[in-house]
Design a protein around this ligand. Sequence first.
Ligand code: NAD
Ligand code: ZN
Length: 378
Amino acid sequence: MKAVVYQEPYSVAVQEVEDARIEHPGDVVIKVTTTAICGSDLHMYEGRTGAESGIVFGHENMGIVEETGSGVVSLRKGDRVVLPFNVACGFCANCLGGKTGFCLTVNPGFAGGAYGYVSMGPYRGGQAEYLRVPFADFNCLKLPPGREHEDDFALLADIFPTGYHATELAQVGPGDTVSVFGAGPVGLMAAYSAMLRGAARVFVVDRQPDRLRLAEEIGATAIDFGRADAAEQIKEHTEGAGTDKGIDAVGYQATVSEGEEQPAVVLNTLVEAVRPTGLLGVAGLYVTEDPGGPSESARHGELLFRMGRFFEKGLRMGTGQANVKAYNRQLRDLIIAGRAEPSFVVSHRLPLEQAPEAYDRFDKRENGWTKVLLKPEL
Ligand code: NAD
Ligand code: ZN
């Protein structure tokens, strides 16, 4: 079968790989219909992780069940499913508590499992024609048959629940004002989720005009950090105090690519943009092993975080991988009910063969390349 295979920094290729197959009675194999490229893939693509050449990328996957293992009870060939990017067992202490992003069975001591992601288990990615799904009864979310809402449902694998998770970490509630840093797919989904939860006003910070325009289209106020300090701009809109809640949907990469020795700029600006006693939700990823980091501390993911300001303002912060399964049934049902349409972020729908070009252009954040869906059947 064909798959998107990592070669070296800034290079992926579409190659023949061994077919996905049932390896355990609890597995299914799906025929992939939609698989997305994520900002998280760029950490590996740009060589910021220990990812080795030969791994198949792709943790945002949906498709049709092709084959079921003998122990699978709830799925049949032909079922349409979307898979949380987290691979989780369903029976460890964290899964039982709904924290499926931190499954202790698939990856004890680290941040759970994922498809096609370095250090998150041996699971191959789904940017391919077929994908093996472990613990399939637990890890598949069933969808209505047919092709309706394909692109909306595809976003249930990661960015819609991840954006929602950020608002859960920040406990966004009705009437809140919210600052969202980053208008990438995750930031836009966080802003959209904040509105679903009843936020009164949402500010979205970026400097990419096309992405800021999308933020405005969903009713947020765009803040261009290239124009002036983002926290100062947000304070001007909020009588000097800052917003009730804040979300980091940028993470580590932004500041590194600008050559910062100590990349913590986004978090520090967020601390300034939120009012005293506010809450922060951090969805942006902070890698802990960056072989190309500019200094010893940067290589270990250390940050110059202004703890003093954080303490002074009495802020609280939640972090971590999204527990996708905790939200995606409810988010699926909002889509079915016509009350959520997250696919407004999708800019491109391409065949697998165009993955190398798509990675390149998404990585450069070229104008209009917001969210790329790969469709192996095209
Ligand atoms: P992206 O790289 O497309 O988006 C990041 C955006 O931040 C870009 O539009 C960029 O212009 C903007 N940006 C850069 N510097 C900024 C600054 N100083 N202030 C404000 N905006 C700035 O990526 P994405 O797909 O939206 O993902 C965002 C982050 O979320 C990544 O770190 C990704 O790894 C992470 N992520 C986390 C989870 C999770 O479970 N927690 C899941 C998916 C993605
Ligand atoms: Zn993702």
